[in-house]
Design a protein around this ligand. Structure first.
Ligand code: ZN
Length: 293
């Protein structure tokens, strides 16, 4: 047989009205309003309950008592905000957050960039960000206005990176931020620029001299009966070693790379025809020139 206490008989009585006084455990400091033979009701606690002086500062300024009596209570709802959302769903979540219908967003690091949810009151990081730049990006989301206090809390996990910064937090908070840089003598980047110079010159040439224009990649590669396809036209154009292209390359390519890329001898073209060092794509087979006519 099972009995259940009917909730209709429950009654909530404020402690002050009950006028029974409060008790505090001498050991765990928990506060109770019922005292049975001074035994602390906390499980396994060896302490004894003692009458609590309601004027004592420890009681008047009790943190939880203060929260309970003075803090405005609001419902709390949290939502996930990750790159897994579709963009329309993500913007719905953002909108509801801005409206105050969602109080907390649980975010992946993609949130660092490009998400505007306005002012945040607090940022909690569940690990120490990799660099000062990441830290500033994340913590800086809170308290941009001067009329609210920003709160940024970083949780340091038990791992080397986190513990290192936990020991000396100023390094992550006020550390150096390396400005992003591009090495202009990077051969791979330079090659791409060279190719773009050639293509730009070729497109101008094809338009003015041959009356051809390529609106899309498909247009360029499309084999068309009677008309020379784009790649072949490009090859013919490059084989003439146009002087304006050479002059442009000598101007834009850093001098130390001139010999390595063989700009004067047009040796750099070989790699362009071969498709470069990247593995050939299976979806877009590389173009192979037709046999010379
Ligand atoms: Zn106790």
């Amino acid at each position: 047989m099972v009995h259940r206490v009917s909730h209709l008989f429950w009654e909530v009585v404020p402690v002050e009205e009950a006028a029974t006084g409060c008790y505090r455990c001498s050991h765990c400091r928990s506060v109770f309003h019922i005292n049975l033979r001074s035994v602390c009701p906390a499980y396994g606690c060896p302490g004894r309950l003692e009458p609590l002086d309601v004027r004592a500062p420890g009681w008047v300024q009790n943190h939880y008592r203060h929260l309970y009596q003075h803090m405005q209570t609001i419902p709390f709802s949290a939502q996930e905000h990750t790159a897994q959302w579709t963009s329309s769903e993500a913007s719905k979540v953002q909108e509801r957050f801005i409206q105050g219908e969602i109080n907390a967003l649980s975010c992946s690091t993609t949130f660092e960039l490009g998400v505007d949810v306005g002012e945040l009151q607090a940022v909690l990081m569940r690990n120490v960000p990799p660099t000062t730049a990441n830290y500033v990006q994340r913590a800086g989301r809170a308290g941009r206005r001067t009329d609210s206090a920003a709160f940024a809390l970083t949780y340091a996990q038990r791992r080397s990176h986190d513990l290192t910064h936990y020991a000396r937090p100023e390094r992550i908070v006020a550390g150096k931020i390396r400005p992003p840089s591009v090495v202009v003598s990077n051969e791979k980047i330079v090659r791409r620029h060279m190719h773009s110079v050639l293509f730009a010159a070729f497109f101008r040439h094809a338009y003015w001299e041959e009356g051809r224009s390529f609106r899309s990649v498909g247009d360029f590669f499309k084999p068309d009966d009677g008309i020379t396809p784009g790649p072949e036209l490009l090859r013919e154009y490059a084989a003439r070693h146009p002087t304006d292209v050479l002059a442009a390359l000598q101007r834009v390519v850093p001098a130390p790379l001139h010999a390595e890329l063989d700009i004067e001898g047009w040796g750099w073209l070989n790699r362009l025809w071969q498709g470069g060092p990247r593995r050939p794509s299976t979806r877009y087979p590389s173009w192979t020139p037709p046999p010379a006519r």
